[in-house]
Design a protein around this ligand. Structure first.
Ligand code: NAD
Length: 498
């Protein structure tokens, strides 16, 4: 029996007034498991009204009381890791340990937000002019919306909400339609943690909900994570409606393997970074740039490992990799692999025909490795977002860096080398926001910020960490004078100076 998945508005679970709904699937079985309510205009109005009212009072709550809520939320989240992971695996398909891993990374952001008293400390300049001091502090934006993708249904909302709430905002989460249930459990945990009603809300929906939030006059800021075309749409629409926006987009992450690198280390990490979560990570390595003599050895070692990946339902403890999210996602993978083969690339591991016994209706596709890929092929130009590693060969490090910098995306990249000099040249030259040195998925820890460059991020500030604090707050600067009882006014028609 498919259960109804509703909204969470002003501290209550509600079906809303919309008449539309959408099926939610278990991608490992192909079965419908939920019926998701989709917001209409009235639902958008009611969630924004609730958030608006809550934002005004939440911003007045003392920092120590806010901190206490954040600490309680951290404890509750930690106590519910298994339950959350099961929800993620049931709707996303990733293996349970990977689901627990994403919750762990989200918890780090909650822990960062627990330090809000430190993050919100202002600055003070004494006696900038005779008897005059200047100080600054940051105030919340008000109502902020977070629109999130399917691939991290817990971690990405946690990149946003804890920081937004810690800094005194009310938050409206619009999760992905594909895996919305984890957000409802998080809503319950926020409430149990003592967060006042209306400060954390979940609005379920599709484009209508998103566009309604982007254009609503009472929404002050929008954080978005998803694909590049939608990130552009979100950035353009929300900025045109006067909002502060950060919109993180898609990726095509390259890992450069130099001949002096440790080939086993590189192959192990490329295998995990390309096929973990069935390649559905914004920081997945989807292109290996094999430099010079590294190519044949690397392709051989990666092939061996790809052939040993266990593909099975995410609840199976032996599974390395689950299904992709939809039949459409699987078709995209098979189309692009077919095009690469037709264009003359070498298909060294082909996962297109994989059938998982007992899960014949699931949306599975196996690990695939394509060698000799050229930059004009669709396997190189498109974000595949599936378990496909393409190998491009480059003569030297300069050519590899040139390839990366010519790519429109700039989310993450990595270099495998034993030379500090090459690594340093690489990290200083690539036009990419996050760089790993012998680290394939350089997702920054929570007290640094996460963000790509170029078509991987629209807006100025990265997400969570120090940039997250800046994004969800505005700076206010006070210039003050407290004259002595017997003072002489020095008012002047000239611009004041000391
Ligand atoms: P998506 O862009 O399809 O959806 C993201 C969100 O946008 C969802 O909440 C969805 O409901 C909404 N949306 C979809 N179409 C819309 C439309 N036409 N108008 C308004 N809203 C719309 O992305 P996805 O398939 O859920 O997630 C995968 C994508 O997200 C990949 O491109 C991946 O690289 C990217 N991603 C990027 C990062 C990052 O940090 N840069 C992190 C995770 C995922």
């Amino acid at each position: 029996m498919a259960s109804t998945i509703a909204h969470f508005i002003n501290g209550e679970v509600t079906s809303g007034s919309g008449s539309r709904s959408q099926d939610v699937f278990n991608p490992a079985t192909g079965q419908v498991t939920g019926e998701l309510r989709l917001a209409n205009q009235d639902d958008i109005k009611s969630v924004v009204a609730a958030a608006r009212a809550a934002a005004d009072s939440w911003a007045q709550v003392s920092l120590s009381k806010r901190t206490a809520v954040l600490f309680r939320f951290r404890e509750l989240l930690s106590a519910h890791v298994d339950e959350l992971a099961e929800l993620v695996t049931a709707e996303h398909g990733k293996v349970l340990s990977d689901a627990a891993g994403e919750i762990g990374r989200g918890l780090e952001v909650v822990e960062f937000a627990c330090g809000l008293v430190e993050h919100l400390k202002g600055e003070y300049s004494d006696q900038v002019s005779t008897g005059i001091d200047v100080y600054s502090f940051r105030q919340p934006l008000g109502v902020v919306a977070g629109i999130t993708p399917f691939n991290f249904p817990v971690m990405v909302p946690l990149w946003m909400a804890p920081v937004a709430i810690a800094t005194g905002n009310a938050f409206i989460l619009k999760p992905s339609e594909r895996d919305p249930s984890a957000s409802m459990l998080m809503a319950r945990l926020w409430k149990e943690a003592g967060l006042p009603d209306g400060v954390f809300n979940v609005l379920q929906g599709d484009k209508e909900a998103v566009d309604g939030l982007l254009t609503h006059p009472e929404v002050d800021g929008v954080s978005f994570v998803g694909s590049t075309p939608i990130a552009k749409h979100v950035h353009e629409t929300a900025t045109a409606h006067g909002k502060r926006v950060q919109a993180l987009g898609g990726a095509k992450n390259h890992a450069v393997v130099l001949p002096d690198g440790d080939m086993d280390l590189a192959a192990d990490h490329l295998n995990a970074a390309a096929f973990g979560s069935a390649g559905q990570r914004c920081m997945a390595i989807s292109v290996a740039v094999a430099v010079g003599d590294a190519a044949d050895t690397l392709v051989g070692k990666v092939t061996e490992r790809a052939n040993n990946v266990t593909v099975a339902e995410g609840t199976n403890p032996d599974s390395d990799m689950g299904p992709v999210i939809t039949p459409a996602a699987r078709e995209k993978v098979t189309r692009i692999v077919g095009e690469a083969e037709a264009d003359g690339a070498a298909l060294v591991v082909d996962g297109r025909d994989l059938v998982v016994e007992g899960n014949e209706e699931g949306f599975f596709v196996g690990p695939t490795v394509i060698d000799q890929v050229k930059t004009q092929m669709s396997a190189y130009t498109e974000e595949i977002f599936g378990p496909v590693l393409v190998v491009v060969r480059a003569a030297d490090l300069d050519e590899a860096i040139g390839l990366i910098n010519a790519n429109p995306y700039g989310n993450g990249t990595a270099v495998f080398t034993s030379s500090g000099a090459y690594a340093r040249k690489f990290q200083r030259s690539v036009q990419v926001g996050m760089v790993g040195v012998n680290i394939p998925l350089p997702v920054p820890v929570a007290w640094h910020s996460f963000g790509g460059w170029n078509d991987s991020l629209f807006g100025d500030l990265h997400i969570y960490g120090p940039d997250g604090i800046r994004f969800y707050t505005r700076n206010k600067v006070i210039t003050q004078r407290w004259p002595e009882p017997a003072h002489t006014s020095n008012a002047t028609f000239n611009f004041p100076s000391n």
